[in-house]
Design a protein around this ligand. Structure first.
Ligand code: EPZ
Length: 417
């Protein structure tokens, strides 16, 4: 168990270089399987999910190295088709290997990724899309066995929900399929665009990524490439919320500011002054924040569900009431108990959380329930008087590279045990 001991009540000041995106690097790493050669991926954040992804690639026969945020993956001999249970369940997004392994080897045997701390994580959309592309799937014996005979075939797929993971899986599967695949109601998140850009730089023919319709013309082969993963927009939002909540002033560098458009107005609502350039964002917070107003999570370009806990933590020390509505995951308020233990005044009714801002939070021992909820508790601890101990069984290191070091550089006092 990792513990973050936080001496709170210090405003954050200074500059920060942002990490690469977790949710972009994971599908890009899976995509290296399709190339059958060597790819060099820069700006890969050093996170446990990234390391697990590299373990999966190694177990499938890739030669991998990962140093100084550069992953080198040679998938020349990656003829493995099976991911063992432990690797599969250690990372919730391991299901994106379904499309990648099938595209590469026409067969895949995976266990279920399972439910998770955000509630059930169904994969029905992934399976039905892969079936439509011609794969036979037997999921009746506790694991998923897929075979695609001589390969997958392109087709039109209309997603009933704009699922990020399902869109990625289809893009992976379709890149080496016969003919054209059209995804309608595709997810539009920046991470989809990064995956498509990586694959296109390997010779794929994908157009429309980031829009509602994505078209993939399957090609016979892909080649390796050198690529840099986009910056992590949710990590950027995390540091900005921490600065806002503590009444600080920070600049986040190496960001793609346009990726944060869905959240930026809420910092202004809270009374923060923003200086937004193409690749940096500076935030200067008032001593006491105003309420953010009403935040409803939606698919991109709506307000991201991953930023909901961060803004909720920040709102818990504002001067007034804010309302949150969670529309993507049905169990994404579990961390709220921890904030209330610190003295926040938050009540949850189904998908709605009502946050009555308080003057001060008070240090206490709290437990992390999930990755972004963990970041919310750290933000709470940074605002609290006295010491907060955030106990974490490994969620935070799934998504944040050097979070305590980064915050300490900005003036926080966090010791990690
Ligand atoms: C991705 O998860 C992200 N994970 C999540 O980030 C993020 O919260 C989520 O997208 C939404 O933005 C990664 O990229 C690794 P979805 P994903 O499929 O792909 C339902 C973080 O903190 N659904 O877009 O799993 C599903 O239950 C993480 O970094 C089905 O019903 O999300 C959810 O309600 C947490 N059937 C909705 O769609 C399916 O087959 C959106 O999920 C698939 C999804």
């Amino acid at each position: 168990m990792t513990e973050y001991h936080i001496k709170g009540n210090n405003a954050l000041f200074g500059e920060l270089k942002l990490q690469g995106s977790k949710n972009a690097s994971l599908p890009i790493l899976a995509a290296t399987l399709l190339t059958g050669s060597r790819s060099v991926i820069h700006n890969c954040p050093d996170l446990s999910d990234v390391r697990q992804s590299i373990n999966i690639l190694s177990s499938l026969g890739c030669e991998c190295s990962f140093e100084n945020n550069t992953a080198i993956i040679d998938s020349s001999n990656a003829d493995g088709v099976m991911i063992d249970d432990e690797l599969m369940t250690s990372m919730r997004s391991s299901i994106i290997y379904l499309g990648a392994i099938l595209a590469r080897n026409n067969r895949a045997v995976l266990s279920y990724p399972g439910g998770c701390e955000l509630g059930p994580r169904p994969i029905d959309l992934h399976l039905s899309a892969i079936r439509r592309m011609g794969a036979e799937i037997d999921d009746t014996r506790g694991h998923i066995e897929c075979s695609a005979g001589n390969g997958l075939t392109g087709c039109e797929i209309v997603l009933p929900i704009a699922s990020v993971g399902a869109t990625e899986n289809i893009i992976l599967a379709a890149s080496l399929a016969k003919g054209r695949t059209i995804i309608r109601n595709a997810a539009k998140e920046p991470e989809i665009v990064d995956l498509a850009s990586f694959l296109n730089s390997c010779g794929a023919e994908i157009s429309g990524a980031g829009e509602v319709t994505v078209i993939i013309d399957g090609v016979k082969n892909l080649h390796g490439t050198e690529y840099s993963v986009q910056p992590d927009r949710i990590a950027a939002a995390t540091y900005l919320c921490a600065a806002a909540a503590t009444g600080g002033n920070i600049r986040v560098n190496d960001v793609v500011s346009s990726h944060l458009l869905p959240v930026l107005e809420y910092y202004s609502n809270a009374g923060c002054k923003m200086n937004i350039c193409e690749s940096s964002i500076e935030l200067s917070a008032p001593k006491r924040l105003m309420p953010v107003g009403v935040i409803k999570t939606r698919e991109y370009p709506g307000f991201p569900t991953d930023a909901q806990p961060l803004f909720l933590a920040m709102s818990s020390v504002s001067k007034g009431t804010s309302i949150f509505e969670e529309n993507i995951f049905n169990s994404r308020y579990r961390y709220v108990d921890g904030l209330n233990k610190l003295g926040a005044n938050i009540s949850v009714h189904d998908s709605v959380a009502v946050v009555k801002g308080t003057d001060t939070l008070y240090g206490a021992k709290v437990e992390v329930t999930d990755l972004r909820g963990g970041a919310a508790l750290i933000i709470g601890g940074l605002c609290a008087q006295g010491e907060t101990v955030v106990c974490d069984s490994g969620h935070i290191s799934r998504g944040y590279e050097k979070i305590s070091e980064n915050l300490n550089d900005l003036g926080a006092e966090i010791t990690r045990y």
